[in-house]
Design a protein around this ligand. Sequence first.
Ligand SMILES: [Fe+2]
Ligand SMILES: [Fe+2]
Length: 397
Amino acid sequence: MKFLLRSGKISEPSAACIDAALGWASADRGPGAHQAIAFTLPMSHHILYQSQAKPPCPPAAKVLPMARRYIRQLLDGDSLDDVFLVGDKQLRTNRQGNPYLQIELRDRSGQITGRLWNATEHLSRQFDSGDFIQARGKVQSFQGALQVILSSVTVVPSEKMDVADFLPHTEQDLSKLQEKLKQALNKVQQPNLKALVQVFLMDERFMASLAKVPAGVRNHHAYVGGLLEHIVKLLEIADRVLPLYPGLDKDLVLVGLFLHDLGKVRELTFDRSFSYTDEGQLIGHMVIGVEMLNEKMREVEQLVGEKFPDELAWRLKHVILAHHGSHEYGSPKLPMTPEAMAVHCLDNLDAKLHSLLRDIREDRGSTSAWTPYNQALQRKLYKGGVSTNAEDAPLED
Ligand SMILES: [Fe+2]
Ligand SMILES: [Fe+2]
């Protein structure tokens, strides 16, 4: 399909002729073009650890419960005996100098910290982030948050598991989000930006990744489909806010919101757990995004038969590079155009409000008036009610 479009000779870069060419291409792909990515999970299976004075566990395959309790349903005092995806895992030392294992247990409803006392380095090496373990233990409230004191962990063979049951997932319908995205971007009028949007929308691999990638590993929209949900929300906010600022280049803001985080499809990996790729660690999503934008601008040039306007390219790249708003948060450039400032502020609004509302919603089972400490926001959040524990008071920086 790309070959046909690239070889097409369209001399006038009019919106109508681009629509005609791309409409034909889009129809040719047919429905269901954006399919889910399959997960493959190679793994081994053996018993890992049993705390002292307890008999060994039976093999995990024989003890998998028929119906699981999700992390979001757990309460203080509950017993735990379920399979979880391992998020982060650290071998730490307590105040007495004894090693213990801190494991982030995940299912699709959320995550909870598990602690296994008297762990060893040998044990710690037996499994990693992205593996599945059968975890047994007791849920308890600690400093206003729930945690699990583990009595045993057992590696579970990955081929027995469906990873989709363990990764947090947007609660929204992905195909509806994709439809909303296309409808919002249909409003773009400027011919070069319109062609650019269509070239991205026609890229099946990009769109499949965009539909899956989280917006972040931890801070906000950290679930499958999170970035797409974030982008669609931003476009909905823009639809209401942009009429209040007629001086803004509306098309540039819309395309900027669509593409501000596009580099995340290469910055983050999201097959078995959410983490950074090597490219993501070394380059970061803003620079990766500009690289991807350059590639697509060349495709637009071939499609419309003329150079992508330099100033428009600079303005759009600037929106991407400046969207974190400050050097401190990784932007190499501060927002220096109204459109870049608009994208930064809207992005910040959605990211921060999502994080606050999620923390307050998910801090169930706690009697504290305050949520646990939010690392990204560097504060606890006030939920209301009365604190019953002096340790619940918000921390000062
Ligand atoms: Fe970003
Ligand atoms: Fe964002």
